[in-house]
Structures are given as structure tokens and as C-alpha cells.
Design a protein around this ligand. Structure first.
Ligand code: UDP
Ligand code: ZN
Ligand code: ZN
Ligand code: FE
Length: 326
């Protein structure tokens, strides 16, 4: 178990062969349901240490060679079980108060991570849908507390810092005011839009209107509004094509304890169905060359998601429409 680095690209590989034995879409058994050996009874949501973690508190020391460098896979991996209800389709099917509880639990975990000097990054993400390889469908998200900054965030940090150095403003703050054409939804403290540079067929970025670098720095009202934002945006994902959309959601924020006037936290959600309902695969151009092909325009996608979201708001049973079991 170690974190290897590609010296050409700066990419990292979390090498953890023991993960091969984790349960893969088991039938008739769910480790996250109430009453299990790790879950017990009488809870609304749970933060469980991942049984097959990519990082651990006591990692082995990797062997170092001149050209082959690895870091200790130090850290913690958690699964956040968002509800006792196994058959609920998505986070957006929970009441806003429960989504808020999920967010507050993430915040609590991050506050703890801030106390650990060896933890450099707090990565919160959610994989949704068997179509993209979710191993367990019980509603859950995940947390990785890492000794390295994820390369994609590092790339964004570098560009943001460069902009700040030259012009003294946050590029993210600026972009959120210029995405009007592609906006999906906004409430008192958040804005969501399909970015001009979207890579995936249904990609949405969600920004707090106030410049905030860390998830733990969000105010009470901002957390409440984020629950509203996520509920509506994910409902739009579910209803836009008349069938639940597999997606990946990830929080991009500044490294732990580093205040950044240039880096503005945001969620990125990648909805993986194309407008015709077919799954988009990353293949030769995407994986082999970092060249993304988009069979639609971000402007059209924003329009489709806006309409779906309006439907979610006016429908009397908004967050239940057209779902059922996936
Ligand atoms: N898992 C766990 N306890 C179990 C079974 C699975 O903690 O009893 C973890 C597993 O290691 C995996 C996660 O639950 O990381 C399920 O995550 P998901 O399918 O979203 O993505 P994965 O991490 O498998 O790519
Ligand atoms: Zn379950
Ligand atoms: Zn900003
Ligand atoms: Fe980002």
C-alpha cells in the first residue's frame, strides 16, 4: 500500500491491492443497512471507516528508488452512509434537513482532519449508479483524508494563483459572474452552472457566492442553502432524461489549513449520460490524450437542466418523480 507518482504528469496512483477483495454489487446483502455488524440500529446517518481503505493511519514505508518515488499511504478513508433506507435512489430523495445533516457530518470530519498535521487534503466525493461502477448501491458518499493534494486540484490551484498574482482577483469569483448563459440554478448563497469548459455530457459546477476556500468555513445559512442546491440540482439530473443519471460528484477545496485568496471551493458533478441517454465512456482521446469530446454544447445542457429543475420545483412530488429502484 503506497502512493506512487508519475514524474512526467504528476499523477498519483493509490496502490492498494487488498481492495480487490471488497464486495462487488452483492445480492441480498448490504454492509450499510441497519442491523449489520458495523452499523447497528437507531441511527439516521453514519460515518464508517472504509473496510478496504486506500490510505491508513499506519502505512508501510515504501521502498524508494532514484526514479521510482512513492509516498506513505497515510490517512483515513470513510464511507458516509446517508440514510438507513437502502432503496432510496439518490441524495436528492432525502428531505433537505437530512441532506443538511450529511453536510454537517462531512464538516465535522474535516474539522478533525484539520488537527492532523500529516493530513494535507480532505477529499469528499460521491459515486452514483451501477452504470459507472458503484460497488454498493445503498446511498453513501466517501471521504479520503490524504497526505497529498490531488493533482487535478493542484493544477487548478496553480492557474488560480497565477491569475491572482497578475491581477489580484479570484478567477473563480469572476467566472461565477460571467456564466449567466449557462446558469442552472441559484439561491441566496450558491450558484450552479454548466461551465464553458465542461468535459462531461451533463457537467455542473456549484459555487458559493461568497469567496470561501474551505468547506469548514461555510456559515450555517450557506450549509442550509447548499442542501437546497444539491437537492434541486441532483433532482434535475434524475429527471432531465426521464431516468436516473449516473454521476460523480467531487468537492474541490483548498488544501487543509492553507488560506487561499485565489482558490474558491466548488463542487463538480459529472452526469455521465449523453442527451440520447447513452453512457459516455472516457476512451482514446479522453484517457489517452486528455482531449475530451462533447457530443452536445454546454449551453444546450444548461437549458435542459434548467427545465428539469423547474419541473422538480413545481411538481407536487418533485423528488420522487420517475425513479423507483435503479
Ligand atoms: N466498503 C466498506 N465496508 C464494507 C464493504 C465495502 O467500507 O463492508 C467500502 C468499499 O471499500 C468501497 C465503498 O464501501 O470503497 C463503496 O464505494 P463505491 O462503490 O462508491 O466506490 P468504490 O470505492 O468501490 O470505488
Ligand atoms: Zn443497504
Ligand atoms: Zn473566489
Ligand atoms: Fe475544480
Amino acid at each position: 500500500m503506497e502512493i506512487r507518482r508519475n514524474p512526467f504528469t504528476g499523477e498519483r496512483v493509490l496502490v492498494s491491492p487488498h481492495r480487490l477483495s471488497r464486495p462487488w454489487q452483492p445480492e441480498g446483502f448490504c454492509p450499510f443497512c441497519p442491523g449489520g455488524p458495523e452499523t447497528g440500529q437507531g441511527w439516521e446517518l453514519l460515518l464508517l471507516p472504509n473496510r478496504y481503505p486506500v490510505v491508513t493511519r499506519n502505512p508501510p514505508t515504501p521502498t524508494q528508488e532514484e526514479l521510482f518515488q512513492a509516498e506513505e499511504a497515510y490517512g483515513q478513508a470513510y464511507v458516509l452512509v446517508e440514510t438507513p433506507q437502502h432503496d432510496l435512489d439518490d441524495l436528492s430523495d432525502l428531505p433537505p434537513s437530512q441532506i443538511e445533516k450529511v453536510l454537517r457530518l462531512v464538516m465535522k470530519a474535516q474539522k478533525e482532519a484539520e488537527e492532523d498535521p500529516k493530513a494535507l487534503y480532505f477529499l469528499f466525493f460521491r459515486n452514483k449508479g451501477k452504470e459507472i461502477g458503484v460497488s454498493l448501491t445503498h446511498p453513501h458518499s466517501q471521504i479520503y483524508i490524504l497526505p497529498v493534494v490531488p493533482p487535478r486540484v493542484e493544477t487548478e490551484l496553480r492557474a488560480s494563483e497565477e491569475w491572482y498574482r497578475q491581477r489580484g482577483t479570484c478567477l473563480h469569483c469572476l467566472i461565477t459572474t460571467r456564466e449567466e448563459k449557462r446558469i442552472v440554478y441559484q439561491n441566496a448563497s450558491w450558484k450552479s452552472f454548466v461551465p464553458y469548459y465542461a468535459r462531461w455530457p451533463h457537467e455542473v459546477h456549484i459555487y458559493p457566492k461568497r469567496h470561501v476556500s474551505h468547506f469548514t468555513a461555510l456559515r450555517e445559512d450557506e450549509v442550509r442553502d447548499l442542501a437546497d442546491m444539491l437537492r434541486k440540482t441532483l433532482c434535475a439530473f434524475k429527471t432531465a432524461l426521464g431516468k436516473p443519471m449516473p454521476y460523480i460528484m467531487v468537492l474541490h477545496q483548498a488544501p487543509l489549513r492553507v488560506e487561499t485568496p485565489h482558490y474558491h471551493l466548488h463542487f463538480e458533478i459529472y452526469g455521465m449520460y449523453r442527451p440520447d441517454g447513452k453512457l459516455k465512456y472516457a476512451a482514446g482521446a479522453e484517457l489517452g490524450a486528455s482531449l475530451y469530446t462533447l457530443d452536445t454544447t454546454p449551453e444546450e445542457t444548461a437549458e435542459r437542466l434548467r427545465k428539469a429543475l423547474a419541473n422538480c420545483v413545481t411538481n407536487p412530488r418533485p423528488f420522487r418523480a420517475g425513479m423507483g429502484k435503479v
